[in-house]
Design a protein around this ligand. Structure first.
Ligand code: SF4
Length: 213
C-alpha cells in the first residue's frame, strides 16, 4: 500500500486549459516525469527526489477543505501522474470528500498516457507526445484529447491520435489543440487549423495570459 507520494505543489485555482477552463479546481501536482519534452514548462517536477513525500490522507483532507471553499473538482497533474499508482490516492480522496449531502469530489487527471491507467478517474485529459506515444488503453477511455502544437507536423500527429480515438464507436472525446506558449507561428497555425476543422476546439492557457497560477 502506498501511503505517501512526492508532491511539487498543491493549490486552489481555476482550471486554465481545455474543456473545464474557468472552473474552480484544486490541483495536486505530483513529482516525477521521465517523458522528457524539451519544451516542458514544469521541469522542476521531473525529479521525485527534489520534492517531499506528502501523506495521502493529508492530501485528501486538503482536497476536502478546498472543496468546502468552492473547488468543483480535483486535478491530479504533474510531472506525469501515472508514473505512480494512483489507486490509493484516488480511493482516499473519494472516502474523505464524500459527505452526507454530496458525492465524492470528481477526480480529473492530466496525463501523457505513457503508463498504465490507475485510480479510476472521472475525467482523463490526454495530452500525448509525438516522441512518446500514449498507450492504446488510455486513447480508448479519455474524455478529452489535448495536443500541443509547435509546428506543422504536430497537426498530423494530432489527427493520428484523433483517428485512433474515433475508432471507438460512440466515442464522445472532446478534441483540443493548444499552441505552444509564446510561439506566434504556432498560434497562427493552431488558430487557422481550428477555424477550418471544426471538430477541433482551441485550448488557451488562460492562467498564463492572466499571469495567475
Ligand atoms: S510529459 Fe508533461 S511534465 Fe513530462 S516532460 Fe512532458 S510536458 Fe513536462
Amino acid at each position: 500500500m502506498i501511503s505517501s507520494l512526492p508532491v511539487v505543489e498543491c493549490f486552489h485555482s481555476l482550471q486554465g486549459e481545455g474543456a473545464h477552463t474557468g472552473r474552480s479546481a484544486y490541483f495536486i501536482r505530483l513529482a516525477m516525469c521521465n517523458v522528457g519534452c524539451t519544451w516542458c514548462d514544469t521541469k522542476i517536477s521531473w525529479s521525485a527526489d527534489l520534492h517531499p513525500k506528502e501523506n495521502i490522507q493529508k492530501l485528501s483532507e486538503n482536497t476536502a477543505r478546498a472543496r468546502s471553499k468552492g473547488a468543483s473538482f480535483v486535478v491530479i497533474t504533474g510531472g506525469e501522474p501515472l508514473h505512480h499508482n494512483l489507486n490509493y490516492l484516488c480511493k482516499s480522496i473519494r472516502n474523505v470528500t464524500k459527505c452526507k449531502r454530496k458525492n465524492s469530489i470528481p477526480i480529473h487527471i492530466e496525463t501523457s498516457g505513457v503508463d498504465k491507467l490507475s485510480g479510476n478517474p472521472d475525467w482523463i485529459t490526454l495530452s500525448p507526445k509525438k516522441h512518446a506515444p500514449p498507450k492504446k488503453e488510455i486513447l480508448k477511455v479519455c474524455q478529452e484529447l489535448k495536443v500541443v502544437i509547435h509546428e506543422k507536423d504536430d497537426l498530423i500527429f494530432a489527427e493520428t491520435m484523433a483517428q485512433e480515438i474515433q475508432l471507438n464507436i460512440s466515442n464522445k472525446t472532446l478534441l483540443f489543440l493548444q499552441a505552444s506558449w509564446n510561439n506566434k507561428e504556432a498560434e497562427n497555425l493552431t488558430f487557422e487549423y481550428v477555424k477550418n476543422n471544426p471538430q477541433w476546439r482551441l485550448s488557451m492557457q488562460t492562467h498564463k495570459w492572466l499571469k495567475v497560477r
